[in-house]
Design a protein. Sequence first.
Length: 368
Amino acid sequence: MRKKYAIKGGKMKTIVVNLLGGAGAGKSTIAALVFGQLKKKGINCELVTEYAKEVVYEENMKRLQNQLYIFSKQYYSMDMIRDKVNVIITDSPLLLSMHYNRNFSDSNFLRVPDEIFDKLVLYCYTTFDNLNFYIERNHEYKQEGRYQDEARAKQEDAIIRSLIDGLKIDCEHLLSTDDCVGKIVKAVEERCEYYKNLYKSGLEVERKFLIETLPSDIDNFKKDFIFQGYLIRNEKEIRIRNVSNQHYFLTEKYGRGMIREEYEKELTREEFLKLLKKVDKKVVEKTRYYYPLEDGRLAELDLYFGANKGLITAEVEFETAEEAKKFVPPAWFGQDVTEDESYKNLSLAKKSSRTQSSLNNETSRIVG
């Protein structure tokens, strides 16, 4: 199950996309755009906004000066969804609290000393897998929701930049343009792919359903063309798969029904083409859509063509058999065919009548 970003068979740190920078850099706008694009791609993510901005709108400067309180509220918002989502996007990274704690050093409020406060912040920061981006303002400054005027915002930006540089952390600098959103999304996808490859072996727990009609908004979500062929058909199912001419996989599966053992290895294009020559003309061709369900799970909707034209199925993957049994499918799901061997991809492949010539054409399409 290639484009699902939930991790199975292992434990991962929640990925946090930290948008660093001074006031008015565009962090909130970029965070919202990144969040929207990741959701459309079927990535399990949440947006955690800046708590301090709420306090500014309340005009409660005394509370704002208590950076231990502000930091705790920001951290709590992230911690409570840890392990419930794969990715958090925030326009108020934990590291910025180190700057703002210094920023109110002249206040009358009892302030935690920098050395102690910084250790706390860094400890909490390292409990996540962080992707850091420093956003450089490339537009007119707007003061709404901020206590800084433009001059002070520029001054603070230089201080924050120096602070981040001093921490020696990986941080990519980006101008606040539309182009930066795509770069951030790509970096998140690559990090998710890394975790998938790290934890891709183990038990596969999934249920399969028949679907009569695809959802009306299906074209708003990511899709792939999938071509897969089988090398051996017996107790051990060995499959090669081409996903949109971008990713290639060799998969071994054992067992039947809802729970099966699965091992997978990513192939180079050249390795895939060599194995394609050994496929015994039994293949499956389909378009796969990655559709988020209301409960936060991801359904993989497969629209088959070729010998299986007209068939539409939905697969939903789970961490445990107990989760799978408790799953209540949405009303638009049809019959549960998880235990029906005739709907396994291996069985569907047997209906194929691809000739060696057509498989050669497949090779030409990939190479071309």
